[in-house]
Design a protein around this ligand. Structure first.
Ligand code: SF4
Length: 447
């Protein structure tokens, strides 16, 4: 792979950081129209809701639905003149919050592998109710988010969250840890209701802290950037004067368990049958064509109760307990259409990530998706390739074995090559698109 010159070791382009995520109420303008992000309640779509989304994508958008890394569903290419019609349709099927603030606060990733009785749904319900009723959280940063992890897999630990709520399996009643991101301490609660109340007390403190920061014109940033202040308050708290205020009785601070972070080669979840829940199926690069979703939903009637949207760009089809192997609806649902779905755990497309890239994203320096799919067969098992349109790295926050970051250029697309890192990391090399296409095997040979 040719090194393209002395500037190769630095990212040449600083992407614009918006500081907020699109929603349904507040879509984001992109190169192909509006991005309308829908937050399914509890990370779950009824079959009717999924069918409505497929229809909306076809009639008002670009005909594609994107599964986001926060378990949301995005419509792309929505004409601004059609936004009001999209909102009406979403409201009509229970997919629209009362207002923009409620939608922004409801940034909660709920464990899609939850099981009856594990407390995840109870905790999520209490937390969502608290967020819907809270009139004291308006000052939280726009991206403030939560993750509720039932402890059924390691995969939720890679999801970004300001407050992470984790079940401790084995305890009776289930114990929970509520951990502010960046702090080596967590609040211990003996049940989901206490855990939700503890999380809301933390959020209340952070909202008032943000308010104080904003008064002189500062930007508060995410919770992790205040870890020093949190630690100071925590160590000065006493049983008579606990911190934060409003903690429920019995909730107390304990050292947090160390959470293993995703390694570049950490494989993600694979398509499989999840016992007692259903079938986990992927979509190439997390993009589902609207006709494929409509066909799936049509075939699932009578076989499944809904679809759980996962933060791994996969859908979990809720069939409940079923015999192992392909269910009867597989072919009718189009799940054997390789172009639309990823159902084989060996499928190389599971080993690549790519953002929207050009021309859909105005910040992109080159197209990304076709390149990622073309290079997928070269990616060995246990490795991961991330192709990013710029240094922002929207498609993958965790490190990857190889990251290709599109760089500004006037001619043929050029990619910075990062090994064992993220899109914004220092590059080893710069590689022209034609060199990648001609020598794609070398990308992983060096490893
Ligand atoms: S990473 Fe991709 S989608 Fe995100 S801003 Fe950059 S080019 Fe756009």
């Amino acid at each position: 792979m040719p090194n393209q010159g002395p500037g190769a070791r630095k990212a040449l382009h600083t992407p614009q950081v918006q500081g907020w995520c699109p929603g349904a109420w507040q879509p984001m303008a992109s190169g192909d129209g509006l991005v309308v992000r829908v937050r399914p309640p509890m990370g779950r779509l009824t079959l009717h809701q999924a069918w409505r989304l497929a229809r909306l994508a076809r009639t008002h958008g670009a005909g594609i639905l994107e599964l986001s890394s926060r378990a949301n569903v995005q419509l792309r290419g929505v004409d601004p003149a059609r936004h009001a019609a999209v909102l009406r349709a979403l409201a009509g099927c229970g997919l629209l919050d009362a207002d923009m603030q409620r939608e922004r606060l409801r940034n909660v990733v709920v464990d899609p592998l939850r099981q009856p009785g594990d407390g995840v749904e109870v905790l999520a319900t209490v937390l969502l109710q608290g967020l819907a009723e809270a009139d004291y959280l308006g000052a939280l940063p726009a991206k403030f988010g939560w993750a509720i992890d039932g402890g059924h897999s390691p995969w939720l630990q890679t999801v970004s969250a300001d407050i992470r709520m984790q079940r401790v399996p084995g305890a009776d009643p289930h114990a929970w840890r509520v951990q502010p991101e960046g702090l080596p301490w967590a609040l211990a609660a003996t049940g989901p209701v206490g855990a939700a109340a503890a999380g809301l007390a933390l959020a209340r403190w952070f909202a008032s802290h943000c308010l104080g920061q904003r008064a002189p014109g500062l930007r508060p940033g995410r919770l992790a950037s205040h870890a020093g202040e949190l630690e100071r308050l925590l160590t000065s708290a006493t049983p008579q004067s606990p911190w934060p205020a409003g903690l429920p009785a019995g909730v107390h601070w304990v050292p947090a368990r160390s959470v293993p972070r995703a390694a570049p080669q950490w494989p993600g979840p694979e398509p499989c049958f999840v016992p007692d829940i259903g079938s986990l199926v992927g979509a190439p690069l997390g993009r589902v064509p609207a006709p494929a979703l409509a066909r799936l939903v049509g075939a699932l009637r009578g076989h499944a109760s809904g679809l759980r949207v996962t933060p791994w760009r996969m859908l979990l089809i809720e069939t409940g307990a079923q015999a192992k192997g392909q269910p009867g609806f597989w072919h009718a649902a189009g799940l054997d259409t390789v172009a639309d779905w990823v159902t084989d755990p060996e499928d190389a497309r599971l080993r690549v990530s790519a953002c929207t890239g050009a021309p859909g994203c105005p910040q992109a320096q080159a197209p990304t998706q076709a390149l990622a799919l073309a290079l997928a067969p070269q990616v060995p098992p246990q490795a991961h390739l991330h192709v990013s349109g710029c240094a922002k790295g929207c498609a993958r926050q965790a490190p990857a074995t190889v990251t290709l970051r599109a760089e500004p250029t006037l001619g043929e697309p050029v990619f910075a090559l990062v090994r064992q890192g993220c899109a914004a990391d220092e590059a080893l090399d710069r590689v022209a698109l034609s060199a990648l296409q001609d020598n794609s095997g070398l990308l992983f040979e060096k490893n």
